[in-house]
Design a protein around this ligand. Structure first.
Ligand SMILES: O=C(O)CCC(=O)C(=O)O
Ligand SMILES: [Fe+2]
Length: 327
């Protein structure tokens, strides 16, 4: 299998504060979002120390005993937070479940936050493992990558011809999920088709992914051919999610991808899924429709959209869950 030539976008001009710099990044990102839906970003401004510390936090967490990890899994279906056990998710429901474990962190709210008290969808407290420094590190990473996500949305807005601030109030309290992932080596006798992460497209607006040096991410070209997306040191892999396809009337594309972890190594990755605010109306942008190309999808709220997508991928853990963990 050959390696995929994905565009590498230098974000430095976007941080320079000049209209030319912003336009340069917006055009490069817009081209990638229309053509491959996958691209790398470098000069993103996130410190290497923070990245290393977050990977260390992931290694420490997944090395905990199984019962300690299981205890970090309260009300998962309601909150989308905490621990997902090995084979607990099925990104491709036509195949055996994924050979990975995961840990989800959402927007950090206190228990008395009015949105939690009002029972708003997906609003919940995070579950923090009792490991020294863990919460500070992981929250710092969450905030830094959320900021990067909003910077990317300014470029997206510019490319799409709407106000540069268009997405600001739709991403200021988002249903974002930071996900630490651990993939054991795929055994030779794995059930047919059981891989690290089954073929899927992502649900949200954009995913900002940091795979480790082990590799294993594969992206499907428009002609159906699978290509390896190698890890580039210091760069994030970004991909367009289905929610941004809806906003853009399919002008931007979300691209199927999967993780295949052969080669005998433990693999870790850190994914940040930027889904909009629960009450954001996900509706076709005015600049993405015309009389020739009317809006393809009806408007939907950010929360309803995410619920629909998550329900489909958690059938394995749902079936195994006890009554009190169900919605
Ligand atoms: O771990 C990875 O490299 C990718 C994971 C992924 O695509 C996902 O969880 O949506
Ligand atoms: Fe994905």
């Amino acid at each position: 299998m050959s390696e995929l030539e994905l565009p590498v976008i230098d974000l430095a001009p976007a941080f320079a504060g000049t209209p030319e710099g912003s336009q340069q990044v917006a055009s490069a990102l817009g081209k990638a979002a229309r053509e491959t839906g996958f691209f790398y970003v470098r000069n993103h401004g996130i410190e290497a120390e923070l990245i290393d510390a977050t990977f260390s936090a992931a290694h420490t967490l997944f090395a905990q005993p199984a019962d300690a990890k299981a205890a970090l899994s309260r009300n998962f279906f309601k909150t989308n937070r905490g621990y997902v056990p090995m084979k607990g998710e099925n990104l491709d429901p036509t195949k055996p479940s994924d050979l990975k474990e995961a840990y989800n962190i959402g927007l950090d709210l206190s228990a008395d936050d009015p949105r939690i008290l009002a029972g708003e969808p997906f609003r919940a407290v995070n579950l923090w493992p009792k490991l020294p420094g863990w919460k500070d590190t992981v929250l710092s990473y969450f905030n830094a990558i959320w900021d990067l996500g909003r910077t990317l949305h300014k470029a997206i807005a510019l490319d799409l011809g709407v106000e540069q601030t268009f997405f600001e109030d739709k991403l200021d309290a988002p249903l974002a999920t930071l996900r630490l992932l651990h993939y054991p080596p795929q055994p030779d006798d794995a059930d047919a088709g059981q891989i690290g992460a089954g073929t899927h497209t992502d649900y949200g607006n954009i995913t900002i992914l940091l795979p480790d040096a082990v590799g294993g991410l594969e992206v499907q070209r428009r002609d159906g051919i699978w290509l390896k997306a190698p890890t580039i040191e210091g760069a994030f892999v970004c991909n367009i999610g289905d929610c941004l396809m809806r906003w853009t009337n399919d002008i931007y594309v979300s691209t199927p991808h999967r993780v295949v972890n052969t080669g005998g190594k433990e693999r870790y990755s850190i994914a940040f899924f930027l889904d909009p605010n629960p009450d954001a109306e996900v509706a076709c942008l005015p600049t993405c429709q015309s009389s020739d190309k009317p809006a393809k999808y009806p408007p939907v709220s950010g929360a309803d959209y995410l619920r629909m997508r998550l329900d489909a991928s958690y059938e394995p853990v749902k079936a195994a869950a006890s009554e009190d963990t169900r919605l």
